[in-house]
Write a protein that binds this ligand. Structure first.
Ligand code: NAD
Length: 244
């Protein structure tokens, strides 16, 4: 394992166009449940009911059951060592973009600058009737909460059955196609189009480095089986020594 850390750090140290693709696993150490790993939300809640736009329109209370607490406590969730390490790779000029499937805002809180939130964010909430905007954690009480106009509130996240923003997807594709290494961190790599981005990077010559507690991306060039909050700070420390 030590050898692998050294090899990855030597690969990254001279680079200036790396991209990270992150999933729920990078925020697990911040106390936020993932979807699919052991103990994840989908063990208890059926995504077809709790996270689809079709069902949201029929009964938004289900969605607010699993996300309401998060939104109302939005400011209490803090980045962990992995988010900070990616921000540091950014300030070292190695990482140019963080493409995230996460909706928790923790990359930005940690100081990463070019964060591409392909599934949107729980921070921004709007009324489905009049379009009034709210910002987490400031949403009215209620399950679901309603706007003063009587319309139901929905966060600006992409639910199953909804289209991703084409602009945001274009940015993610560009950051993938132009990088020379991609860090694929804490994602089960099954949700499209995110799952295809490492292939786009690879087709354009990038090396793929996967960091996960279980292998999820079969075609990675390097696989570090570790918690993101352990692995990423170690890589940053090693890169600093190489660059001294
Ligand atoms: P997922 O739940 O499908 O998979 C999580 C992955 O993280 C698994 O491969 C697991 O092995 C890995 N993992 C768990 N703990 C880890 C750790 N400490 N270090 C490294 N890896 C770890 O997540 P996904 O692939 O991101 O699924 C996509 C969907 O999940 C997205 O739509 C995203 O919006 C949503 N989601 C986001 C959050 C969040 O914003 N924090 C939380 C739950 C789900």
């Amino acid at each position: 394992m030590e050898h692998l850390y050294s090899e990855i750090s030597r690969l990254l140290a001279p680079l200036h166009h790396c991209t990270a693709l992150t999933g729920a696993g990078i925020s697990a150490e911040s106390g936020i449940a993932t979807f699919r790993s052991k103990g994840g939300l989908w063990e208890t809640y059926d995504p077809a009911i709790y996270a689809s736009i079709e069902f949201f329109r029929k009964d938004p209370s289900k969605y607010w059951t699993i996300r309401g607490d998060f939104i109302r406590n939005y400011d209490s969730y803090q980045p962990n060592a992995a988010h900070y390490a990616l921000a540091e790779l950014g300030s070292m000029g190695i990482l140019q973009a963080v493409i995230t499937q996460n909706i928790d805002g923790l990359h930005t809180k940690a100081g990463s600058t070019n964060v591409i939130e392909i599934h949107g964010s729980l921070r921004h909430i709007y009324c489905l009737s009049c379009g009034a905007k709210f910002t987490a954690p400031h949403v009215p009480e209620g399950l679901p909460p309603y706007c003063a106009c009587g319309g139901v509130l929905k966060p600006g996240t992409v639910l199953f059955g909804e289209q991703l923003s084409q602009d945001v997807l274009l940015q993610a594709r560009q950051a993938s196609a132009t990088c020379n290494a991609m860090l694929v961190i804490g994602t089960s790599a099954v949700v499209q189009p995110a799952a295809s981005l490492p292939y786009l990077a690879q087709q354009n010559g990038a090396k793929i480095i996967e960091i996960n507690i279980e292998k999820a991306f079969p075609d990675a060039d390097y696989f570090l089986q570790a918690k993101a909050g352990i692995a990423l700070p170690r890589i940053v420390e090693k890169i600093k020594k190489i660059r001294q």
